[in-house]
Design a protein around this ligand. Structure first.
Ligand SMILES: [Zn+2]
Length: 289
C-alpha cells in the first residue's frame, strides 16, 4: 500500500487549522496521509479538535503522523527532561488524534564522541519508551534521519538506536540522507542500500519524508521543490513497487501539497508503465502485484 500526504496544513488551504488541513487533504487533494506539525514550540490543541481529527481521519482513511518540536536533544544532559516533556506533549495529542507515529529529531553530538552520543541516545530513548508505556501511549516514536554532519542521525545511527530500543522506528528522511551523503542517492542501487540497511529492523511499514534539498559538503542548507533538487524519485518508487513495500510518503518540500501531488503523479506513472494502461490510482496496486 502506498500513502501520500504532506507535512502540515496545505499552503492552498484557506482555513489554517489542522482540522481544515485534514479535510482539505482528503476532499480537495484526494490524498490519504498527513503529518501534523507541532514543530514551532508547543502547540495547543483542544480535545474537541483532536477528537474531530481522530474521527475524520478514521472515517476517511487518512493516516496521521505527528512531528514533535524541532529542538530536541536526546543526547543532552539535564536538558533531556525538557526534550522528554516536548515529546510526551506531542505524543499525548498524537494519541488523542489516533496518529501512528510521533517524529522526533534525535539530538546533537556536542562535546561527546559519536560513539558516546549513540550510547546516550540509546539510553535516553529507552527511558522515553518506558515513559510512553507508563502513560499507555500507543503512538510509536519515529527517529528521523538528519541531514547535517554535526547532528546525530545518519541512517546507520538511527538503525542502531531502533535495533536497541524495541518498538522505536526510523522516520526515513530521504532528502536528509541524500544531503548528509553529499548527494548519495542517485540511482536504484543507492536507494537499495538504504533499504538494505533498514532490513534488520523488519519494518512492516516505512514512513518516508521526501523533499528536494540544497546541500554542500555533506550538510543540508535548505529544502527545495522536488524538481529543483537532484534526488530522483523514479528509482525509489520502482523499488517500492517491485517489493510491494507498505509506505507513507510525506512531502516536506517548500511546495508542500503541490509536491505531494507530484509524488502521486510519479507513482501513478510508474504503475501505468507496469500495467500498460492510461490510468492509475496510487491506492490500487492490485494489477501489479
Ligand atoms: Zn524533521
Amino acid at each position: 500500500m502506498i500513502r501520500i500526504g504532506q507535512a502540515g496544513i496545505p499552503l492552498s488551504c484557506k482555513g489554517r487549522t489542522n482540522k481544515d488541513g485534514l479535510a482539505y487533504t482528503k476532499q480537495v487533494l484526494d490524498l490519504n496521509a498527513m503529518e501534523i506539525q507541532f514543530v514551532r514550540g508547543l502547540y495547543v490543541m483542544k480535545d474537541e479538535e483532536a477528537q474531530f481529527i481522530k474521527d475524520y481521519s478514521k472515517e476517511n482513511d487518512v493516516e496521521l503522523h505527528v512531528h514533535a518540536p524541532y529542538y530536541i536533544n536526546l543526547a543532552g544532559d539535564e536538558e533531556v527532561n525538557l526534550s522528554f516533556d516536548k515529546i510526551l506533549f506531542s505524543a499525548r495529542l498524537a494519541g488523542k488524534m489516533g496518529a501512528k507515529t510521533v517524529v522526533v529529531h534525535p539530538g546533537y553530538y556536542g562535546e561527546l564522541s559519536e560513539r558516546k552520543t549513540l550510547k546516550r541516545i540509546i539510553k535516553n530513548t529507552k527511558k522515553l519508551q518506558s515513559l510512553f508505556k507508563k502513560e499507555k501511549l500507543k503512538t510509536k516514536i519515529g527517529l528521523e534521519t538528519m541531514g547535517k554532519q554535526k547532528v546525530f542521525g545518519s541512517i546507520d545511527e538511527i538503525v542502531e538506536v531502533c535495533n536497541n530500543v524495541k518498538g522505536v522506528i526510523p522516520a526515513i528522511d530521504m532528502g536528509h540522507i541524500h544531503a548528509r551523503g553529499n548527494g548519495c542517492l542517485k540511482e536504484r542501487k543507492d536507494f537499495e542500500e538504504v533499504f538494505q540497511k533498514l532490513k534488520p529492523l523488519r519494518l512492516k511499514h516505512y514512513l518516508i519524508h521526501l523533499t528536494g534539498v540544497l546541500y554542500e559538503n555533506g550538510n543540508e542548507y535548505y529544502h527545495l521543490p522536488i524538481k529543483k533538487g537532484d534526488m530522483p524519485l523514479a528509482p525509489l518508487i520502482d523499488i517500492i513497487l517491485d517489493n510491494n513495500y507498505n509506505v507513507t510518503f510525506i512531502s516536506e518540500s517548500p511546495l508542500l501539497e503541490h509536491d505531494a501531488v507530484y509524488i502521486r503523479l510519479q507513482v501513478e506513472k510508474a504503475i501505468m508503465k507496469r500495467t500498460g494502461k492510461e490510468e492509475a490510482d496510487y491506492r490500487d496496486l492490485s494489477e501489479i502485484v
